[in-house]
Design a protein around this ligand. Structure first.
Ligand code: EPU
Length: 350
């Protein structure tokens, strides 16, 4: 049933006040045969964790609440309680189909509880399973695309389709679902776990945290614990402090630009992308521009991770946008680099 003037404040992790002109909870695939799904709604809402909402969202907002977790090819699953002598890193692959509306972190916990491995570095990321392929969520050296077998979609005006990884054009925080907005609604995702699994512990602070925990032989569970501890120490919990995670993407720049900056800032971190480009941490640039912990009214750059814009309570989308534009201007002024928003801006002011 479509509702009108539906408040979205509790459905976006920034906790920005916004009202959907029309709102529909999508709980059943059958609903997709409604003529409303011949074309894309204004907003397909998952966990609302990557959104910057202005006051009014005109048109139809569809809140994806499709649940369900099921094995694909059940024969491939190891018998309960039996683990091969070879250990966790040689467990046979399992493929799990997950409804788009399932909470990502709850699903990650669910897999770890069952001894299905591969998502441990992506623990504690807010949002839903259906949103994960859209921006190819990634953290601590892992990306969801590495685990995707298939993405089940509703193609507006066409019907149900299954896209294979090659069809999805995955990139850094990018996919076809982003470059062709308004074409597909993700209904479920098939994820492949186990197999020839190796742990990723070399990124960032993982190894340091494992050392601190006195873990000599890491397992997927202890890596998940390390990631949880690191995220909790740096990233604000949206439950208490509204935010949308990384507000900007890490900019990818030509090697020559990096070399020039490094002459002035020898400690500037950089991650290789290819022979000609590197990725620079936007958080470092914002921090170094003196904006870490800076607050304008109810909005600010978080004091422990400058890339995260936070709502200290009562901020409007317009205020967050204004502050973020200030950050972009200051960073551009100092480094000549244009920061691109990672969060999606939507709606209009009254
Ligand atoms: N840094 C600073 N000051 C800051 C923040 C960062 O100097 O205020 C420096 C750090 O010391 C480090 C570098 O910048 O040298 C990178 O920082 P960090 O490891 O925290 O990662 P990030 O590049 O800022 C990315 C993702 C995060 C993800 C982490 C961990 C993007 C845009 N963000 O952040 O993803 O959790 O790596 O893998 O790629 C998200 O997308 O919402 C998100 C939180």
């Amino acid at each position: 049933m479509i509702q009108t003037n539906f408040p979205l404040t509790n459905y976006n992790t920034f906790r920005l006040p916004a009202v959907a002109e029309r709102y529909l909870a999508l709980t059943d695939l059958q609903q997709l045969t409604d003529p409303a799904f011949q074309r894309a709604p204004a907003l397909v809402l998952g966990g609302g964790s990557n959104l910057l909402l202005l006051e009014q969202v005109p048109g139809l907002t569809v809140h994806v609440q499709l649940g369900g977790v099921a094995p694909v090819a059940a024969g491939a699953f190891p018998a309960p309680g039996r683990r091969p002598a070879a250990g966790w890193h040689r467990l046979p692959p399992v493929v799990v189909r997950v409804g788009a509306g399932v909470d990502w972190n709850q699903f990650v916990r669910f897999t770890l509880d069952r001894g299905w491995y591969g998502l441990e570095n992506l623990t504690l990321i807010p949002g839903t399973v259906g949103a994960a392929p859209v921006q190819n969520i990634g953290a601590y050296g892992a990306e969801v695309a590495e685990r995707i077998e298939a993405v089940h979609v509703w193609e507006y005006g066409v019907g149900p389709r299954t896209l294979l990884p090659d069809d999805c054009e995955f990139g850094y925080r990018d996919s076809r679902f982003k470059s062709e907005p308004g074409r597909f609604l993700i209904t479920a995702v098939d994820l492949r776990l186990n197999g020839d699994h190796t742990l990723k512990t070399s990124y960032g602070a993982i190894q340091t945290e494992l050392d601190r925990l006195n873990v000599q032989q890491p397992t997927p569970e202890t890596v998940a614990l390390a990631v949880t501890n690191i995220r909790r120490s740096k990233l604000p919990d949206w439950f208490f402090l509204g935010n949308s995670g990384s507000f900007f993407k890490n900019p990818v720049v030509p090697l020559a630009v990096y070399e020039k900056l490094r002459a002035t800032y020898p400690e500037l971190p950089a991650y290789p992308v290819d022979a000609a480009q590197v990725k620079l941490p936007a958080g470092w640039l914002i921090d170094r521009a003196g904006l870490k912990g800076v607050r304008h009214g109810a909005v600010g750059a978080y004091q422990r991770q400058a890339l995260v814009m936070v709502n200290y309570g009562g901020a409007s989308g317009r205020e967050v946008l204004a502050f973020s534009e200030h950050v972009q201007a200051v960073v551009h002024e100092q480094f000549g680099i244009t920061l691109e928003r990672e969060v999606r801006l939507l709606g209009k002011t009254a």
